[in-house]
Design a protein around this ligand. Structure first.
Ligand code: ADP
Ligand code: MG
Length: 147
C-alpha cells in the first residue's frame, strides 16, 4: 500500500550485531529517518533499489524491525546492498526505493538458519527486481538528483 516508498538519509553506526561478520552488512538509517517512515508500514523483509551518494544504483534487501537499542519501541531500518563495496560508507547519504515485500520478521533457531534465510531473501529480491514493474524504478529520477 505504501510501495513504492522513496527514502533518503545518512548512514549511521548500527548496534554492531555483527552483520558484516556474517557477510551481510546492513547500512542503518538514523533514528530521524526511521521516525519519518509511515507508522503502519509492517515490519519484515523488503527489496528495492539503493544508491550511495552519487554512485550506481544497486539491488538491495531491507529489513524493517524493532530496535533492541530502544527496548523494541522504536523501529530500525537496515539496507543490505547487493554489491561489494571497496570501503565502508558511514556518514554518506543513502537513497532507496522500496518496491516489494518478501516476508515478516522471524526468529531463527540457529545462525545457520538465519544466514540461509537471508541468502534466500537475496535470491528472491534479485529475481523480483528483474521484473519490469520493479526494474523501471531503477531509472527513477529520484536517483539522479543533485546533492
Ligand atoms: P552496523 O552495526 O554499524 O550497521 P554492519 O556490520 O551492519 O554494522 O555494517 C554496516 C556498514 O557496512 C554500512 O554502514 C556500510 O558502511 C558498510 N557496507 C559495506 N558494504 C555494504 C553493503 N553491501 N551493504 C550495506 N552496507 C555495507
Ligand atoms: Mg547494520
Amino acid at each position: 500500500r505504501h510501495l513504492p516508498y522513496f527514502c533518503r538519509g545518512e548512514v549511521v553506526k548500527g548496534f554492531g550485531r555483527g552483520s558484516k561478520e556474517l557477510g551481510i552488512p546492513t547500512a542503518n538509517f538514523s533514528e530521524q529517518v526511521v521516525e519519518s517512515f509511515p507508522s503502519d508500514i509492517s515490519t519484515g523483509i523488503y527489496y528495492g533499489w539503493a544508491c550511495v551518494g552519487n554512485g550506481d544504483v544497486h539491488k538491495m534487501v531491507l529489513s524493517i524491525g524493532w530496535n533492541p537499542f530502544y527496548k523494541n519501541i522504536k523501529k530500525s531500518v537496515e539496507t543490505h546492498i547487493i554489491h561489494t563495496f571497496k570501503e565502508d560508507f558511514y556518514g554518506e547519504i543513502l537513497s532507496i526505493v522500496i518496491t516489494g515485500y518478501i516476508r515478516p520478521e522471524k526468529n531463527f533457531d540457529s545462525l545457520a538458519a538465519l544466514i540461509s534465510a537471508i541468502q534466500e531473501d537475496i535470491e528472491e529480491a534479485k529475481r523480483q527486481l528483474d521484473l519490469p514493474e520493479h526494474l523501471k524504478l531503477k531509472e527513477d529520477n529520484f536517483f539522479h538528483q543533485p546533492e
